[in-house]
Write a protein that binds this ligand. Structure first.
Ligand code: CP
Length: 324
């Protein structure tokens, strides 16, 4: 693995999930692997889980961690090649990323989409510029279109909790008060399409995800149909891809309720968090045995740990090829 940006960076998904679950049993099994290594975690946007779980994962591997809230504390960055920098942007990504690469062996970047220009967001300019100019392995801590650490976590959680070989997994749109990115559902769809699950996406009309992410999933606009017989319900709001970044409706009838959970095969309820109670999902579900959200969030550590491990091995191979 050279970087961790999407599911395509993982060679053997099944083995990867198994390794992550092994770390859950023995967190310090590789506590010297990261000796004398430093990971830099750059946040252009807020975070609780990604920040803490990735730090914890790095520490378990003996890696030093530097965290920077670039969006608040750094210089305003210019990402366009050839820009005349006579405005408010003080530093170009070419220098900024290359400099970060001087201090860190691995670099994690979180940068959300603007949700105004679909082509710009889906071209992944920020992540691609870090990939191009840092000279180090890059981990996406959530980009304009994907959240791969979350999706790996989700797959780990489904593997832990599944009761049948091929569970029915439903990704359902749910209402929200703000326009949210498509990163989590895009990524979840990408990973579920690569896993051994029966995958269904339920969303209101106008909220279909980009076709490249929907892949082979069954898409329905009927939430009750989707819930029937489901083993996992994964709720998430997203703004429209078609009318890019817009909230087309906040239809409360799409909130996940206990009554709807009764349509399922005693499904587990999943959400990436943070979640707005009684808007996305009602208290009764989150506070019930159905809810897997805390276990899911806990698994963020093992997902990050297996990713960092593979990147540390890549670095070691490059520096001492005779050892491998
Ligand atoms: N799920 C998730 O990425 O949480 P944070 O935004 O708190 O990191």
């Amino acid at each position: 693995m050279n970087h961790f940006i999407s599911v395509n960076d993982v060679l053997d998904l099944k083995a990867f999930v198994k390794e992550a679950l092994l770390y859950k049993k023995t967190p310090f099994a590789d506590k010297y692997l990261g000796k004398n290594r430093t990971i830099g975690l750059l946040f252009f946007n807020a975070s609780l889980r990604t920040r803490l779980s990735t730090q914890r994962a790095a520490q378990n591997l003996g890696v030093e961690v530097i965290v920077m809230n670039v969006g608040q504390d750094g210089w305003q960055l210019e990402f366009q090649d050839g820009a005349v920098m006579n405005g408010d942007k003080a530093e170009h990504i070419k220098e900024a990323a290359a400099v970060v690469g001087q201090y860190c062996d691995i670099v994690g970047v979180r940068s959300f989409p603007g949700l105004t220009d679909r082509d710009a967001d889906y071209s992944e300019i920020v992540m691609n510029q870090f990939l191009k100019h840092t000279g180090r392995p890059i981990i996406s801590l959530e980009s304009a279109t994907r959240h791969p650490l979350q999706s790996l976590t989700d797959l780990i959680t489904i593997e832990e909790l599944r009761k049948v070989e091929r569970p029915k997994v439903v990704l359902t749109w749910a209402p929200h008060v703000k326009a949210l990115p498509q990163c989590v559902p895009n990524s979840f769809a990408e990973w579920m399409n690569a896993a051994n699950v029966d995958f269904v996406i339920a969303n209101p009309e106008g909220y279909d995800l980009a076709p490249e992410f929907v892949g082979n999933a069954k898409v329905t606009h009927n939430q009750a149909d989707a819930f029937a017989g489901a083993d996992f319900i994964y709720a998430k709001n997203w703004s429209s891809y078609e009318q890019y970044g817009k909230i087309l409706n906040q239809d409360p009838s799409w909130m996940v309720t206990m009554k709807k959970m009764e349509l399922t095969n005693n499904a587990r309820f999943m959400h990436c968090l943070p979640v707005r109670r009684n808007v996305v999902v009602e208290d009764a579900v989150l506070d019930s045995e159905h809810s897997a959200v805390i276990q899911q969030a806990g698994n963020r550590v093992w997902a990050a740990q297996v990713v960092i491990k593979h990147l540390l091995i890549k670095l070691a191979r490059e520096e001492s090829p005779f050892l491998f």
